[in-house]
Design a binder for this molecule. Sequence first.
Ligand SMILES: C[S@@+](CC[C@H](N)C(=O)[O-])C[C@H]1O[C@@H](n2cnc3c(N)ncnc32)[C@H](O)[C@@H]1O
Length: 226
Amino acid sequence: MLEISQHKAQLRDYFNGLGFERWSAIYGNAPLSLVRQSIREGHNRMLAVADAWLADQPPPTTALDVGCGVGLFSLMLARRGYRVRAADIAPQMVAATQQAAAEAGLSDRIECIEADIESLREPAQVVACFDVLIHYPQPAFGQLCTHLANLTEQTLLLTYAPYSSLLAALHRIGGWFPHSQRRTEIQMIRDQEVVSMLARAGLRVRRVQPIRSRFYHVTLIEANRA
Ligand SMILES: C[S@@+](CC[C@H](N)C(=O)[O-])C[C@H]1O[C@@H](n2cnc3c(N)ncnc32)[C@H](O)[C@@H]1O
């Protein structure tokens, strides 16, 4: 099993190169293959649900978008009135968020920083972390999730890949292929494990929404500080 630091280094390299090309296309508007189109649709739906959940939060102050990618949710947070810190481990992603903020006229509300989750120290009212922890197996998942919870003053919005025995079997089969033929691996976790680790960090799960398109399967949760 890889050390967490090795996982982070691999993901940083991936999302700063090939992963940046792949994912910025998925997060964009240009035509895509059916598989990637399905991921785009699922991801857009997930962001729309999370954005709608912000509507009944206390008046907005600060927000942290961790693993911000190209900044799609950072823009939504800023439009809802939050002062946003958008952080990502991959410099190309940070640069893309900075450019998106400038193009949207929101640079004064979004501060973009190149940072690993665990280097973040300043808490925020709302912490969002979408499709980031799906890349980390246990115990790294738990370590990062607990750090996010500790940064959360009020609300944590998080996605994870829910455990499915069918997908677990497919992953085992995928594991037999050479590394060069694989994409990033999605790490599944059981719902109850996530609920328990958040509870240990003082957060109670308030809303849960499975998001399913053909090739995009995540669970979105909102957890609040009790
Ligand atoms: C699949 S993208 C999701 C982007 C964005 N959250 C979204 O849903 O639109 C995953 C992002 O997590 C970032 N990431 C991975 N590990 C990270 C870490 N330890 N700290 C900060 N960012 C990380 C990657 O660089 C990448 O931009």
